[in-house]
Design a protein around this ligand. Structure first.
Ligand SMILES: *Cc1c(COP(=O)(O)O)cnc(C)c1O
Length: 395
């Protein structure tokens, strides 16, 4: 059942790669719910520990359910290797800690996930790792921000929640020219819609909690990249402990089987909703990567195969209307997650990005009236109808 032919398309790999299998020859992938693995005798155990024989040891290091998820993610991202972690944040954290040291500098996109911002500003400086933010529209000037101590460029595209896009090709070339590690958080697009490795990314991080699970069940993360970089990420995680649980890995490996069809439908639904809402009188603007009115529409078309499942808009009535809108929703869920089969509405200014100052929120485009919709897989007319009736009541 493992990959016999390496010329399959990614959609096929997502369904067909299966490296976890027992002598029972189960068709659906088995779950290896065990914390450690046995040896036949003392000599075999010695050889495994000495690295002379490859075998499972302990689930903080390696577990077949986790390995399968890693193998699938590496195949989908087009990288040599992948290492899975307990959450998206532990993936981002490990990608920094495994490859940087005191005195190093990260050049980071400004519009990053709230907890990534927290890590960059609150914790990394304590260990001597500094950062400079650049805006999505400063990519032309990016080279002038590079310092002698810069070691990594990190960015999210599309960004959460503002849906800013960054030209991966341009940044990839700059990173390569200056020998910097190019690290992309590909959570919003997933490898189904965007493969940063094609534009020179060295590391790709994910919150698997979002679209990869896609059903709001488990936490998980993964870092994909070249073997020698992932080896460092693996060693950091093996020694510090943020392992993905075998159960969550099993859920995520099964989830990947439907990733491509889910992302296709999420994107179709989201584009339709964004197009219709463009004419809604209660909104200042609607933002979606595949809307022609998106300021970086050309970049979206170049590096993404569809726009993804997130739509943002700004209510004319600001904060007050935002609360009224959320209260008037009848079907959409009010919850912190995104990337679910169920459509979700959220208000970043009062939740995920509440820890930022007003000025910092403004810099990443989070206005008081900004609403983020994670468009699910319900019938698109039902989703739209709920949003429209709630907008009527948001005045
Ligand atoms: C959610 C998210 C994360 C963090 O992932 P967790 O699984 O919640 O730890 C990182 N980056 C982006 C873009 C996210 O949306």
């Amino acid at each position: 059942m493992s990959k016999k032919n390496n010329s399959f398309h990614p959609e096929t790999d997502a369904v067909r790669i299966q490296t976890a299998q027992t002598p029972e020859m189960e068709h659906s992938t088995p779950l290896f719910l065990t914390s450690s693995f046995c040896y036949h005798d003392a000599e075999e155990m010695r050889a495994v520990f000495a690295g002379e024989k490859s075998a499972n040891i302990y689930s903080r290091f390696i577990n077949p359910s986790v390995t399968e998820f890693q193998d699938k993610m590496a195949a989908l991202e087009g990288t040599e290797a992948a290492h899975a972690t307990a959450s998206g944040m532990s993936a981002v954290f490990a990608s920094f800690m495994a490859l940087l040291k005191a005195g190093d500098h990260i050049l980071s996109g400004r519009a990053v996930f709230g907890s990534t911002h927290g890590m960059l500003t609150r914790f990394l400086p304590r260990w001597g790792i500094s950062h400079t933010y650049f805006d999505a529209n400063q990519v032309d000037k990016l080279e002038s921000f590079i310092r002698p101590d810069t070691k990594m460029i990190f960015l999210e595209t599309p960004s959460n929640p503002g849906l800013d896009l960054i030209d991966l090709e341009t940044v990839g070339k700059i990173a390569q020219k200056h020998h910097l590690i190019f690290n992309v958080d590909n959570c919003f697009a997933t490898p189904a819609l965007q493969r940063p490795v094609e534009f020179g990314a060295d590391l790709i991080t994910h919150s698997a909690t979002k679209w990869i699970d896609g059903q709001g069940r488990v936490m998980g993360g993964v870092v994909c990249g070249k073997k020698e970089l992932i080896r460092e990420v693996y060693l950091f995680c093996r020694n510090s402990g943020p392992s993905l649980s075998p159960f969550n890995a099993w859920v995520l490996s099964k989830s990947l089987e439907t990733l491509f069809i889910r992302m296709e439908r999420h994107s179709q639904n989201a584009l339709h909703i964004a197009e219709v809402l463009q004419n809604n009188p209660h909104l200042n603007w609607v933002k979606y990567p595949f809307l022609q009115s998106h300021p970086q529409y050309a970049i979206a078309k170049k590096q993404m195969s569809a726009g993804g499942g997130i739509v943002c808009f700004e209510l004319k009535g600001g904060l007050k209307s935002g609360k009224k809108f959320l209260d008037a929703l009848q079907m959409l869920s009010l919850t912190a997650n995104l990337g679910d089969t169920r459509s979700i509405a959220s208000h970043p200014a009062s939740t995920t990005h509440a820890k930022l100052t007003e000025e910092e929120r403004q810099q990443v485009g989070i206005t008081p009236g900004l609403i983020r919709i994670s468009v699910g897989l319900e019938n698109v007319e039902d989703i739209l109808q709920d949003i429209e009736q709630a907008l009527e009541k948001s005045k």
